[in-house]
Ligand binder design. Structure first.
Ligand SMILES: [Zn+2]
Length: 328
């Protein structure tokens, strides 16, 4: 974690002090002459009232048009770009990941609606990396994966966040010889390359689950269940009236204690974010070593999308505090 010491705490705190809660400035409109946002080649699933792909891409363009941002296309999947936005200021950073699973619309919609707050973070000097929609094909069809509506025995599907090809097994070799899909290959490659310039202090991967009665949070970083940022997110979700599992087991047989699961090796991009060693170009290298790697899993069962978007938006509101807690 020595890399984390490069940004003095005083600088972090002064950046946080510049953060003003309340309505933030709207992102600047796209400059005239900018190419129109791609509307995508697929019609967006609309039964649940989610924003269309066109609206999501328009939101990304608006955010990227602010002076504090750089935007890049990570991968183009069936004509739909996967984009990553990052602050021009580099350094130990906040990472926000949304839309890994296409049947979970609340997180990408929350990112869309939180544009002004995200912009304010970058404007106020906090290095930040945002993946607003990691799986546009899945989102457009309400499919979990680009290649499968849901995991089944016949067709397990491939997550765009699959990272086992970069994570080390017990034998010191990668757990699988190659990425499970071109989407996962591109996404995880981009994560590792950006992590060099934007080492993650905290990464927040937003998910929801319609099979859950109560939500929970994965804490993949070195502090595990003791992670204060994890506790703060759980507390906020509870305050908002969303149920959080106090203790027990998930349907994946993971132990929840006071809303938090830790010590999970699931080959996810979140495990990759927290990993202190990864396998790249035939050898083990350091990083990305996030101090805090959170996966928010809210219950979407029986709740309108607007409420679900609100709870994820409120997690984004917490970012300055989470960034501070992750340094502790
Ligand atoms: Zn999910």
């Amino acid at each position: 974690m020595s890399g984390m010491k490069t940004l003095p705490l005083s600088l972090v705190l002064s950046a946080l002090a510049a953060w003003l809660p309340g309505p933030a400035k709207a992102a600047a409109p796209a400059p005239a002459g900018q190419p129109a946002a791609p509307s995508g080649s697929l019609k967006t699933f609309e039964a649940d009232g989610r924003a269309s792909l066109k609206e999501l891409y328009r939101g990304m363009d608006l955010l990227a048009s602010g002076k504090a941002w750089t935007v890049e296309t990570v991968f183009v999947d069936q004509g739909l770009p996967v984009k990553v936005l990052r602050s021009k200021r580099k350094g130990p950073a906040v990472w926000v990941i949304a839309g890994i699973h296409g049947e979970e619309p609340a997180p990408p919609n929350a990112v869309l609606q939180s544009r002004a707050r995200l912009n304010a973070l970058a404007v106020n000097g906090i290095p930040i990396v945002v993946f607003p929609l990691c799986n546009p094909v899945g989102y457009s069809k309400n499919w979990r994966y680009p290649d499968a509506a849901r995991a089944s025995e016949k067709n397990p599907g491939h997550s765009v966040g699959d990272s086992d090809h970069l994570l080390l097994g017990k034998d010191g070799k990668p757990r699988v010889p190659k990425a499970t899909s071109p989407q996962a290959d591109a996404l995880t490659r981009k994560v590792l390359s950006l992590a060099k310039e934007y080492p993650p202090v905290i990464s927040i991967d937003l998910h929801e689950d319609d099979e859950l009665d109560k939500g929970y949070l994965y804490s993949q970083g070195p502090k595990g269940r003791a992670d204060l940022a994890a506790k703060a997110v759980v507390a906020r979700i509870r305050e908002l009236g969303f149920p959080v599992m106090a203790s027990g087991k998930t349907r994946f047989d993971e132990e929840v204690i006071d809303g938090v699961i830790s010590d999970v090796s699931d080959g996810s991009v979140d495990e990759l974010m927290a990993s202190t060693r990864t396998f790249v170009n035939g050898g083990a290298v350091k990083g990305p070593s996030a101090r805090s790697a959170l996966v928010v899993e809210t219950s979407s069962k029986g709740r309108p999308l607007s409420e679900r978007v609100r709870v994820h938006s409120e997690v984004i509101v917490l970012i300055p505090e989470l960034f501070r807690l992750a340094y502790q």
